[in-house]
Design a protein around this ligand. Structure first.
Ligand SMILES: [Cu+2]
Length: 319
């Protein structure tokens, strides 16, 4: 897997982000022209009309009430604003107006304090914080259409190299789409302050070549396999309140308050990027989640060391 890229809007790999860069260059270009003209006139005026020896303290001739000047500085800016408005509107409609092809991949992203639930309703997959999509060849487009919802407060989905920001709003459904052309990992994060751990609400989009994506889907669709070596941990997990908040498909655990753990070990990080997904971090997380992510909505359950060990052994089998 290639390493994560710098999240710059000037390095787009998906149509909406390419359009945004194009528009930003138009605006930047126009602003540059205005800057050069204004700064040029100001510099010329400073030099041309500066106080010369012999001018004394006399004031230069003053202009009062010139219709021509008033019109010039009203009409010209108005035209510039109109141009910016129309160009921007054209780009916005160009992006938002794209109809969803029937074979597009559909994903629902649900904002939670402070993590992202990622659902593939047609594929029967639920995961968290790492969005996997297929690469989209411009000759054979395979766009991903994303439905955005929130269960608590307003969040904002932003992966700068793929598309503009789009808010996740309680009781309102927003939509956006991406068609990344280059396989790789693109980083993003919540872009709307949503509480204490807003800064630890990171997001990764992993763009796979088609066959690799199909393999990922097949692996995610399988239920959790009961590994005999982790039997004690599994029974402990199922006897604790973990199951009220977490789902492990293939077991009675069907909570939806926290991330689905069925294929926990297929993720690179836990807690929306707050820690790497290592055995030590997992154990520390279950012991005291608030030590890694203060204010987190998962409780520390005051478990004994031996219980933490066997729970960790079990979690490590959720591949
Ligand atoms: Cu946030």
């Amino acid at each position: 897997m290639p390493t994560a890229q710098t999240p710059s809007i000037f390095d787009p790999v998906s149509s909406p982000a390419l359009a945004i860069r194009e528009l930003s260059f138009v605006v930047l270009g126009l602003s540059a022209v205005i800057f050069v003209v204004v700064a040029g006139v100001a510099a010329y005026t400073l030099v041309r009309f500066r106080n010369r020896p012999g001018d004394g303290r006399r004031e230069p001739p003053q202009v009062y009430g010139s219709t021509q000047i008033e019109l010039a500085w009203t009409v010209v800016p108005f035209l510039i604003v109109m141009v910016l408005f129309l160009v921007t509107a054209r780009y916005i409609y160009g992006i938002e107006g794209r109809a969803m092809p029937s074979d597009a991949l559909e994903v629902t992203v649900v904002g939670n304090q402070w993590w992202w639930e990622i659902r593939y309703p047609r594929l029967g997959i639920v995961t968290a914080n790492e969005l996997h999509v297929p690469v989209s060849d411009p000759a054979r487009p395979a766009p991903t259409f994303i439905t955005l919802q929130s269960v608590d407060v307003i969040h904002s989905f932003w992966v700068p190299q793929l598309a503009g920001k789009m808010d996740l709003i309680p009781n309102k459904t927003n939509r956006m789409w991406i068609d990344p052309r280059v396989p790789g990992t693109y980083v993003g994060q919540c872009a709307e302050y949503c509480g204490t751990q807003h800064a630890w609400m990171l997001l990764e989009v992993i763009v796979h070549p088609r066959d690799e994506f199909d393999r990922w889907v097949a692996a995610q669709q399988t239920p959790a396999v009961a590994d005999p070596a982790a039997r004690a941990g599994r029974e402990l997990f199922l006897s604790l309140s973990c199951i009220n908040c977490h789902t492990v498909r293939g077991t009675p655990a069907n909570g939806v308050f926290g991330p689905d753990l069925t294929h926990l070990m297929s993720r690179r990080t836990i807690a929306a990027g707050a820690a790497r997904n290592t055995p030590e971090a997992l154990r520390a997380w279950v012991d005291a989640p608030g030590a890694i992510k203060p204010g987190v909505l998962m409780p520390a359950m005051k478990l004994a060391k031996s219980e933490l060990d066997s729970l960790t052994t079990y979690l490590l089998t959720l591949r």
